[in-house]
Ligand binder design. Structure first.
Ligand code: SF4
Ligand code: SF4
Ligand code: SF4
Length: 207
C-alpha cells in the first residue's frame, strides 16, 4: 500500500468513525462505509446522512476542514428514534425481514413468527417493504435524539452489519455450490446415458 492509499484509508476510517452505522442507505450508498470512502475522496458531500443529522455534519466539517452545510433533505430528515414492531399474530414466518435487516435485529425461523430485538433496532425501516403481509410497523421509541448514544452504539452496529453480510455471503456461496454440484450431476447422468447408448449400438452391431 503506498503512502497516498494509506492516508486515504486512514481518512475514510476517520469519516466512517463519525457515521452512525445505521447502514440504512439514505445517503445514496449501500451502507456507511462506501459513503465514508466517497467523502474521503471528495466525491460526496458531508450532508447526506439523515440519521447522523446536523451533529454528524458538524463533526465531519471539523474533521475535514469543510463548511458545515445544512442536511440535504433530498436524502431524508433527522427524525426522532423509532423502533420496528412485528404483529406476531399476522407474521407468516417468511424470513424476508431477517435478510433485509442490516444489523440482524430480527429473530425467527421459517414458518415461525418473527420478533424484533428492540435494543438492536435502529429504526431504519428497511424491513418494512419486503414484508408480504405488512405486519411490521415503525413506532417512536419515545427517546430523544441522542448523538452520544449513537456514537456509543456505532461500533457494535458496524460489527453486526459485518456479521450480517458475512452470513448472507456464506449462504449465497452454499447455494452456488449446491447448484454447481447439481449441474455436474446432471451432466454426469447425460454422459452416462450417451455412453450406454453407444455401447448398446456397438453390441447390436456385433450380434
Ligand atoms: S447511517 Fe448515514 S452514512 Fe450510514 S447508510 Fe445511513 S445515511 Fe448512509
Ligand atoms: S428491525 Fe427493521 S427497522 Fe429495525 S434495524 Fe432491522 S431493518 Fe431496521
Ligand atoms: S417479512 Fe413479515 S411475514 Fe415475513 S417473517 Fe418478517 S414479519 Fe413475518
Amino acid at each position: 500500500m503506498n503512502a497516498d492509499n494509506a492516508g486515504w484509508r486512514q481518512l475514510a476510517d476517520a469519516v466512517d468513525g463519525l457515521l452512525p452505522q445505521t447502514q440504512c442507505g439514505q445517503c445514496g450508498f449501500d451502507s456507511c462505509r462506501p459513503y465514508a470512502e466517497a467523502i474521503a475522496e471528495g466525491s460526496a458531500a458531508i450532508n447526506q446522512c439523515p440519521p447522523g443529522g446536523d451533529e454528524t455534519i458538524a463533526e465531519l466539517a471539523i474533521l475535514l476542514g469543510r463548511p458545515a452545510l445544512p442536511l440535504n433533505t433530498a436524502h431524508g430528515t433527522a427524525t426522532a428514534p423509532a423502533v420496528a414492531r412485528i404483529d406476531e399474530s399476522a407474521c407468516i414466518g417468511c424470513t424476508l425481514c431477517i435478510d433485509a435487516c442490516p444489523v440482524d435485529a430480527i429473530v425467527g425461523a421459517r414458518r415461525l413468527m418473527h420478533t424484533v430485538i428492540s435494543v438492536e433496532c435502529t429504526g431504519c425501516a428497511l424491513c418494512l417493504p419486503p414484508c408480504p403481509v405488512d405486519c411490521i410497523v415503525l413506532k417512536p421509541s419515545g427517546e430523544p435524539r441522542d448523538r452520544d448514544a449513537q456514537r456509543l452504539a456505532a461500533p457494535r452496529l458496524r460489527e453486526r452489519y459485518r456479521a450480517h453480510r458475512q452470513r448472507l455471503h456464506a449462504r449465497e456461496l452454499q447455494a452456488r455450490n449446491k447448484a454447481a454440484l447439481a449441474a455436474a450431476e446432471r451432466k454426469k447422468a447425460v454422459i452416462a446415458k450417451a455412453l450406454a447408448r453407444a455401447q448398446q449400438r456397438l453390441a447390436d452391431r456385433k450380434s
